[in-house]
Design a protein around this ligand. Sequence first.
Ligand code: VGL
Ligand code: ZN
Length: 181
Amino acid sequence: MKKALLIVDVQNDFCPGGALAVKDGDKIIPVINRIMDRFGMVISSQDWHPADSVHFEKWPPHCVAGTEGAEFHPDLETNKIDLRLLKGTDNKDDGYSAFEATNTSLADFLRENNIQHLYVCGLATDYCVKASAIDAVTQGFHTYVITDAIGAVNAQPGDDEKALHEMRGKGCILIESGEIQ
Ligand code: VGL
Ligand code: ZN
C-alpha cells in the first residue's frame, strides 16, 4: 500500500497573526512534522492568489502570491516536502481544492506514482481541507482526514463539525495521527 500525505495550506496567513488566521492553526504543525516520516511521499498545497483575485470579495486579502503571508509557517519542516502545489492562482478562481492546483495535476501525480491512499491534514478544515478531501474521494483515492492535524476557520460556530460530517458522508475516513500505520 503506497500512501501520501497532503499538507493543505500551512501558511503564515492562516496561522495566528495572519490575515485569515485559524485559531490555534500553528498547533497542528508539531503533529504534522512528527508524522511526515511515515509517508513515502509528502505533498503540500499553498493558496497563491493574485492581488486582484475575485476571491477577495468573499475573504480578506490573504496568501497573495510571493508575499510573506503566502509562505509556509516557519515551524513546518519543508525539507521533507516532495511536491509543492499552488492553487487559486487565477484571479477568477477560488482554488479551494489542492486538486485544482495549476502548476501540477495532483490526480495525475498520484496515479503516476501509484499512490492510492491519501492522508489529508492542514488548514482549513471547513474550506480547503474539505474541498481537497472530497475531491480525493470523488477521484477514487482512499482518503483519510487526520483530525488532530487540521484546524477550521469557523466563520459560523460549528462549521468544523459540519465539515467533518460532510467529509465522512462522502466516504472520507477520519483518523487520529496516532492511528497511522
Ligand atoms: C482557505 C478560505 C479562503 C483555506 C483559503 O485554505 O481553507 N479558506 N482561502
Ligand atoms: Zn484563499
